[in-house]
Ligand binder design. Structure first.
Ligand code: 5RP
Length: 223
């Protein structure tokens, strides 16, 4: 039987080896990112961090890492984050933890963005994974009606608000044949403030499967 948590730890440890003194590091959100935060704290480097969620900021601070306010930061050296699903092109779905908007901002600000994951996250196609959409509460009904064009069914997360105070709807049954078109269509709907499709942000991935870590680099992977 696969030990997913051990694989998350291995992927995180491999990615954290890319961190050097004097870097500003973006910290992701979720159980795999938590392994990276712990591994980073253990390395005891002279670094600063920014966090993609309040939970990750709290964890990092509790482990002795210095966390800066991202509102005062315009570029990051390296971001390390998990994913819900990732394909060979390094296109990914993120946001099961609800932090996809801040994660995308930090990933975009980073010179290099690395996804870390256990082998269950590596997929041939992304469309089987629920796609989270972050929505301004004011626009909930309007956006939900518009989203019917893209999803077979949708589930609003009950009693849930993101760190930005917004709601999240998970879209199921979506067409993954033209991901850039879908991403463009979603951001064009007023009231949608973010979604979990990451198409151009990810530079590399460390994926651990049954104790073996594979590194994928954008543009260098066999299909
Ligand atoms: C949070 C995310 C997470 O990175 C993603 O959900 C993976 O989480 P985990 O490592 O717990 O499986 O995108 O918004």
């Amino acid at each position: 039987m696969k030990d997913r948590d051990a694989d998350k730890h291995l992927a995180a440890a491999a990615a954290v080896r890319e961190v050097c003194d004097d870097m500003l590091v973006g910290l992701g959100t979720g159980s795999t990112a938590a392994h990276a935060i712990a591994a980073l704290a253990e390395r005891n480097l002279r670094i600063e961090t920014v966090a993609t969620s309040l939970a990750s900021a709290r964890l990092a601070e509790s482990l002795g890492l210095r966390v800066r306010d991202f509102a005062e930061v315009s570029r990051v050296d390296l971001a390390i984050d998990g994913a819900d699903a990732i394909d060979a092109r390094l296109y990914a779905v993120k946001g099961a933890g609800g932090a996809m908007l801040r994660e995308k901002v930090v990933a975009d600000a980073a010179d290099r963005m690395i996804v870390i994951a256990d082998g269950s996250k590596r997929v041939a196609r992304l469309g089987g994974t629920p796609l989270p959409v972050e929505i301004l509460p004011f626009a909930k009904s309007y956006v939900t009606a518009r989203l019917k064009d893209f999803f077979v069914h949708m589930v609003e997360r009950p009693d849930y608000r993101t760190d930005n105070g917004n709601i999240v709807i998970d879209g199921h049954g979506w067409d993954d044949s033209s991901l850039p078109t879908l991403a463009d269509s979603l951001v064009a709907i007023p009231g949608i403030v973010g979604h979990g499709l990451f198409l151009r942000e990810i530079d590399a991935a460390y994926i651990a499967d049954n104790g073996i870590v594979t590194r994928l680099e954008r543009g260098a992977n066999p299909r």
